[in-house]
Design a binder for this molecule. Structure first.
Ligand SMILES: NC(=O)c1ccc[n+]([C@@H]2O[C@H](COP(=O)([O-])OP(=O)(O)OC[C@H]3O[C@@H](n4cnc5c(N)ncnc54)[C@H](O)[C@@H]3O)[C@@H](O)[C@H]2O)c1
Length: 375
């Protein structure tokens, strides 16, 4: 299909030029992140769905729209510094292959892929074609969690004694009605049902692959690779093929517990961060994060310090993640969420499912993928 003209495009002064492929549920956050970037901008958007691509073009204020990746690459392949891939994980390999064959740098949504084979193939392609490749792992840059990261880097907590993370959300509940979805950012209620449910309900692996991956990536960033992992996964929502709950234990020199659930009834919240809580206890104090939006630091024997953050802090995480990728493209350096690091994160994700199937602890879980790739 030929590009359609949807209005004028205003360019920033001196920037990297990119295109967004996939204008679904999460794309508005990407569009806002590129708008916020100081050194990169979108010049085109692409989606097989005409309504979505046109809506994204209006939101991004770009004039070039495409309903086929072939047309995008034929028309703009020589002009693009990067492509932002924002399609479901089972489609990542095909698009990474197609885009990187043109030597174009890639920012790809998490998770790296839906399978081990695809994850390894993507890593090999990214390395062989010498493109800058980053995964949009932005949870660690959500401001409240970025503050936790600062505390950990400074060693303010002393020796870590235990970590407990709980993430509960009811966005997938069967009893959902339009009132719940009206409040979800960026989409009217019917679009949210269309966008979220069909894709999630058919996925054979869901909650760890789609949500746990963020937290596992953040813990790898903070604490390194765990020595062992044990997980059980389950399904509450009968409309799903895959899992909507998980209990994960990670062994470092201290224990880490993660409880994830997408189907427990509770207060209706528009944002799955609202149901998160994190406690890290160290020899020098306790750090607590509520809803990804309030941090409490209680140094042993001293007064509690509280740090509030804006209600929707996820855009800041996306902006940071996108800017980190743009900086890496400009400098030709490794981005913070590199393909190598993300293979290790995938190792933890896939090990959760392997541990559940085997009903056993998995030693050196990150090596399930990372070790295979580097051996
Ligand atoms: N970081 C986060 O917080 C976060 C949150 C949600 C989703 N995601 C990730 O973002 C990715 C996309 O998820 P989503 O929920 O936006 O999915 P979605 O199904 O809402 O949107 C995907 C879009 O891609 C389009 N598409 C599919 N194949 C295409 C192709 N070949 N060419 C062009 N367009 C194509 C579809 O038409 C659809 O509009 C997933 O990898 C998901 O895990 C990340």
């Amino acid at each position: 299909m030929s590009p359609e003209d949807t209005g004028p495009t205003e360019h920033k002064a001196s920037v990297l030029r990119g295109a967004l492929i996939g204008c679904g549920y999460i794309s508005p956050r990407h569009i806002r992140a590129w708008e916020a970037s100081t050194s990169a901008e979108l010049i085109a958007v692409c989606d097989t769905n005409t309504d979505r691509v046109n809506a994204a073009a209006r939101a991004a204020n770009v004039s070039r729209t495409f309903t086929s990746v072939d047309d995008l690459l034929n028309d703009l392949g020589d002009e693009l510094d990067f492509i932002d891939i924002c399609v479901p994980p089972e489609l990542h390999l095909q698009l990474v292959d197609q885009v990187s064959a043109r030597g174009i740098n890639i920012l790809c949504q998490k998770p790296l892929a839906a399978t081990l084979a695809d994850s390894l193939a993507i890593a090999e392609i990214a390395e062989q074609r010498k493109i800058v490749f980053a995964i949009n792992e932005m949870w660690k840059w959500i401001p409240a969690y970025a503050l936790v990261w600062d505390y950990l880097k400074r060693g303010d907590l002393g020796d870590i004694q235990f970590v407990k993370f709980a993430g509960h959300s009811n966005l997938l509940l069967p009893r959902r009605d339009s009132a719940i979805f009206d409040e979800v950012a960026d989409r009217p209620s019917s679009a949210n049902r269309d966008a979220l449910m069909p894709r999630f309900s058919a996925m054979p692996q869901l909650i760890v692959l789609e949500y746990g991956v963020h937290i596992l990536d953040m813990f790898r960033e903070w604490f390194g690779e765990p020595k062992e992992l044990r997980a059980t996964v389950g399904r509450v929502n009968p409309d799903l093929v895959g899992d909507d709950s998980a209990f994960i234990q990670l062994k470092y020199d201290f224990p880490v517990e993660m409880s994830l659930d997408w189907s427990v009834p509770g207060p209706e919240t528009p944002d799955n961060i609202d149901g998160e809580s994190l406690v890290i206890r160290g020899s020098c104090g306790v750090l607590t994060v509520f809803a990804g939006k309030w941090v409490e630091w209680h140094p042993t024997g001293e007064a509690v310090q509280r740090f509030p953050f804006p209600q929707d802090t996820r855009d800041a995480g996306f902006a940071q993640s996108h800017q980190d990728f743009a900086n890496a493209v400009a400098a030709g350096t490794e981005p913070a969420s590199s393909v190598t690091g993300n293979l290790a994160t995938q190792g933890l994700v896939l090990s959760c499912y392997a541990s559940d199937s085997a009903d056993a602890w998995i030693p050196a879980p990150a090596a399930a993928v990372y070790g295979t790739a580097t051996n």
